[in-house]
Ligand binder design. Structure first.
Ligand SMILES: NC(=O)c1ccc[n+]([C@@H]2O[C@H](COP(=O)([O-])OP(=O)(O)OC[C@H]3O[C@@H](n4cnc5c(N)ncnc54)[C@H](OP(=O)(O)O)[C@@H]3O)[C@@H](O)[C@H]2O)c1
Length: 326
């Protein structure tokens, strides 16, 4: 698979979000199946895995996901650019560096490694100035415990303040054909400052695959219960997106999900999507988007059509701040 730069790091141009093996989409698969699926992605050429200390069933078992990822990469650590995330609570704000060390040590134990390639602050906590976070990350880099660092769900103001203290490798924000707010400022800022932009929910929580219908039942902790674009009413109202993507998919002999990913790969050289699935076949399908190359003309058609479509239900209207981890 082609590679892309996220600041100082080099990753496969499509990464893999591992959250669904532990959290956020209802029933989770067995650990054995999850490990097999992650290894299949690595065999396919994916070198970029995304996890977090927070990903556990109903957020109750800290590090559940990191343990699975750790088992999956055993014996092939060097082949993987491993990204995980921490959140610094208000009670930890007094001694931020101690908190960093505590969180990181726990993550390293669960991941079975002695370094993390990309360590993100999962959410900004107003009680923890981003400059102090950047300083702490700088120390971790100097100590060889992490290779690069990043921020998640942030505006240019935060990125700029942080980047001045310790260069940021990547920003991970929500981005898809149906969530394009960050095209205005954050994505251009990142490009200008050699910061990678990692797109989470790149298939709009699965909607753009066309497989989510008004009959789809969201069980347990499934985050799609509150994704506004996926309310029954909006699943119907947003159908023009599905029609657009399906039409291009037919012409390219590709799937809808692949078109949604190929579009952003064509659009920006520094954007790396991390689609998530707990299904091995779909994981490989999504990685296969790397082979779906849009022509400039096809891309322009999609852009023109997207500019004329209205998104019903805006995910950013839902609180995605620090108190909400995913
Ligand atoms: N930084 C943050 O705050 C943050 C927030 C959310 C997510 N993330 C990261 O980003 C990753 C991906 O984001 P996401 O899970 O929110 O959104 P996503 O990748 O856009 O969508 C995942 C959903 O789409 C379905 N899906 C995936 N590929 C499919 C395909 N080819 N065909 C049909 N359905 C498909 C999955 O169902 P199945 O599992 O049933 O296939 C799942 O329900 C996560 O795994 C996590 O690592 C980070």
């Amino acid at each position: 698979m082609d590679k892309r730069k996220l600041g100082n790091l080099t990753v496969s141009e499509i990464g893999m979000g591992c959250m669904g093996f532990s959290h956020g989409y209802g029933e989770i698969p067995s650990e054995d199946y999850s490990i097999e699926a992650i290894r299949a992605a690595l065999d396919y050429g994916c070198t970029f895995l995304d996890t977090s200390e927070a990903y556990g069933p109903y957020l109750s078992e800290t590090g559940h996901n990191e343990k699975i990822v750790g088992k999956a990469i055993r014996g092939r650590r060097e082949d993987v650019v491993l990204a995980t995330k921490l959140f610094i609570g208000t009670g930890e704000a007094k001694n931020i560096y101690d908190a960093f060390c505590r969180h990181l040590e726990a993550s390293l134990n669960r991941l079975g490694t002695d370094y993390v390639d990309l360590y993100y602050l999962h959410r900004i906590n107003p009680a923890v100035p981003v400059e102090r976070v950047a300083e702490g990350m700088g120390k971790l880099i100097a100590d060889g415990l992490i290779r690069g660092w990043g921020l998640s769900m942030v505006t240019t103001d935060f990125i700029d303040r942080a980047h001045r203290v310790t260069p940021v490798s990547a920003v991970q924000n929500i981005y898809s054909m149906m969530e394009r707010d960050y095209e205005k400022k954050v994505i251009p800022y990142c490009r200008e400052h050699n910061i990678g932009f990692v797109s989470f929910s790149p298939i709009a929580s699965g909607y753009l695959s066309g497989k989510v219908t008004a009959e789809t039942k969201f069980q347990g902790d499934d985050v799609r219960k509150w994704v506004p674009q996926l309310s029954k009413k909006n699943i119907a109202a947003n159908q023009p997106f599905i029609e657009l993507v399906s039409d291009m998919a037919k012409r390219k002999n590709a799937t809808n999900a692949q078109i949604s990913l190929a579009w952003m790969l064509h659009k920006y050289p520094h954007v790396v999507p991390i689609p998530g699935s707990k299904n091995k076949e779909r994981i490989l399908e999504n990685l296969g988007a790397s082979s779906v190359k849009l022509t400039d003309g096809e891309f322009a058609e999609l852009e023109t059509a997207l500019a004329g479509l209205t998104v019903y239900g805006h995910r950013k209207d839902v609180n995605m701040g620090s108190e909400y981890m995913d």
